[in-house]
Ligand binder design. Structure first.
Ligand code: ACM
Length: 269
């Protein structure tokens, strides 16, 4: 199956314009799985909670989820993409949706909020979900989702892998430098494919400037980088993968990555 990531710079609070930009950049959308960045259609560095509310939408009925739905139906691709979610009771989450050609499949709400996200959003309550998805050749694979700063907590990728993920989709708006060199390790230590779709460009709030670091990347279960993007260019990045490669976690005849775990020895709380 073919995974594609789009790295670009959205305009702050210009949802319709950003959706049109993404549609143009994706072109014929020849992929089984397309991962878009965190907050891909709204921008990231919200100046106020009022701005978040102006940008946030209900899932799956809001305009961004609906547009993803149309793209998925037209192309046969499954999309994982980040957006600000407002629930019926007014709660705000930093969310990512999974939208297949059959429609919205589920939502992940970011567990580990970064920096000023804590001023506006509630921490996610969805756990780390893994979805069963069918790619265009008709085979099922298991798709896990985490968002940006979740990478810093190895428990996130581990939870997804233990729940059976073959591929971890990772919509991101990275500003710290460490993630691109860490994702190959997340892939290796969990024996999963990872697909980190980051953004580029800068956003300001008053005097403060956030610079997004690009370097989107796709890793294989051996920790090899299959495709990687530049720091500051708009890029559509793709790799062909076989998700079944993630399923054999036998390391030697005597060692299995998961069966050799010793949870009773780990002090994780
Ligand atoms: C981040 O979680 N957006 C760094």
């Amino acid at each position: 199956m073919r995974i594609s990531l789009l790295q670009f710079s959205p305009d702050y609070l210009q949802t319709e314009r950003n959706l049109n930009t993404v549609e143009a950049l994706l072109g014929d959308m020849d992929a089984d799985l397309i991962v878009l960045p965190e907050f891909f259609a709204t921008g990231y560095f919200f100046k106020s909670t009022e701005d978040v509310r102006a940008a946030a939408e209900p899932i799956p009925d809001g305009p961004t989820a609906q547009r993803l739905n149309a793209w998925a139906k037209a192309s046969g691709a499954t999309f994982v993409a980040g957006l600000p979610e407002e629930t019926e009771d007014g709660a705000l989450f930093n969310s990512a949706v999974v939208v297949t050609p059959r429609g919205w499949l589920g939502t992940y709400r970011k567990t580990h909020l970064f920096y000023e996200e804590k001023l506006h959003f509630a921490p996610g309550d969805s756990g780390f979900p893994v979805f069963t998805v069918t790619h265009r050749a008709g085979e099922a694979y298991r798709l896990g989702v985490m968002i940006c700063f979740d990478w810093y907590f190895p428990e996130a990728a581990r939870s997804l892998a233990l729940a059976g993920a073959d591929v971890i989709a990772h919509p991101s708006n990275l500003v710290r430098p460490d993630c691109p060199r860490s994702m190959p390790i997340r892939a290796l230590e969990n024996h999963v494919f990872t697909a980190t779709a980051n953004r580029i460009g800068t956003e300001t709030k008053g005097e403060e400037v956030l610079t997004f670091i690009g370097q989107s990347l796709i890793c294989d279960p051996n920790g090899q980088v299959l495709a990687s993007a530049s720091r500051a260019e708009t890029e559509l990045l793709s790799a062909e993968i076989d998700p079944a490669e993630a399923r054999d976690r036998q390391l030697t005849v005597h060692n299995h990555l998961f069966e050799d775990r010793r949870p009773a020895m780990y002090a994780l709380d």
